[in-house]
Design a protein around this ligand. Structure first.
Ligand code: SF4
Ligand code: SF4
Length: 139
């Protein structure tokens, strides 16, 4: 009985002392992600501040999880959002349905959408995981 107790303690001590820790104190400590890590989406802008997205919906068409909603509208004089004729008036991604395949990024003809290494976007409600254009647009 005592011998079994010491055997168990020895195993515990071996893990505490001898083994290298595999966990980190997240979120204070963050592991560097691989360079090709693809997580939360970002909608990019041109250098002059205009949105890259032209509302073509090719990303939504390529998405196997059907989690992108694009509603396009015409740019008008005095209300120009993108360099093209149209812009995305509504752009939403349901991150809960997304499988992070990157097809949307590959399909975009103007490199407007990109999956970045942003991993901390968990929330307590399902609706909070529907990312709107304002949430996705780069500042
Ligand atoms: S990463 Fe894949 S699943 Fe997610 S929005 Fe893009 S195409 Fe859809
Ligand atoms: S993100 Fe790219 S593919 Fe999607 S609607 Fe905008 S321009 Fe088209």
């Amino acid at each position: 009985m005592i011998a079994e107790l010491f055997k168990g303690l020895a195993v515990t001590m071996k893990h505490i002392v001898a083994r290298k820790r595999v966990t980190v104190e997240y979120p204070e400590v963050r592991r560097k992600l691989p360079p090709r890590a693809r997580w939360r989406h970002v909608l990019l802008r041109h250098e002059d501040g205009l949105e890259r997205c032209i509302g073509c919906s090719l990303c939504a068409g390529a998405c196997p999880a059907h989690c992108i909603l694009v509603i396009a509208a015409e740019n008008r004089e005095g209300a120009r959002y993108s360099p093209g004729e149209r812009y995305a008036q509504v752009y939403e991604i349901n991150e809960l349905r997304c499988i992070f395949c990157g097809y949307c990024q590959d399909a975009c003809p103007v490199e407007a959408i990109i999956l970045r290494d942003i991993i901390d976007f968990s929330d307590y409600s399902r609706t909070a995981e529907i990312y709107t254009k304002d949430m996705l647009l780069a500042p």
